[in-house]
Design a protein around this ligand. Sequence first.
Ligand SMILES: [Zn+2]
Length: 178
Amino acid sequence: MQNEYLRHPLDPRKLCTAERAITVDVSMQAMQRLQKMLVSAEGEAHYALQFSIGQQRLLQVQGTVKGEVTLECQRCLEAVSQTLESEFLWGLVTSEEAAINLPRTHEPIFIENETLDLLPALEDELILALPLVAYHPEGSCKVPGQLTEQQPEVQVSTKKHNPFSALADLKKSLKSGQ
Ligand SMILES: [Zn+2]
């Protein structure tokens, strides 16, 4: 979904002074760095941002993000979807010195020429929210070793996609076609 806040550079001073609250939807496809860590680029992340002016005239943004991502289960290597949720507090700064002097509660986000490049900052928040490793819930991986004894072996082979059966079918259809 396209979003007006991503198409144009933002004037953070204006937004903070007006104490604007905005919501931004970002498709996973728009986040190239994040996409490299995902199994699928489907879905989007929803951000809510509250601009305001904090202590000592600090331009700040309080935000939340929620999004569903598809990761690789480290037990069975199949896709597993996970909902990521995170909160953040940005202090908008124009120099390294200002970044160092930020309260510890604030994460520095650099603004250049009075503009805020929103997308990379939003993408960083979702990357930070990624788990180190992803797993299916205990016992629900689709590998034989994870199934309980009660389940007969034959169920496994019918559930699992077998690349050789597809090949055999192809050979059969080629033969019958000749
Ligand atoms: Zn798994």
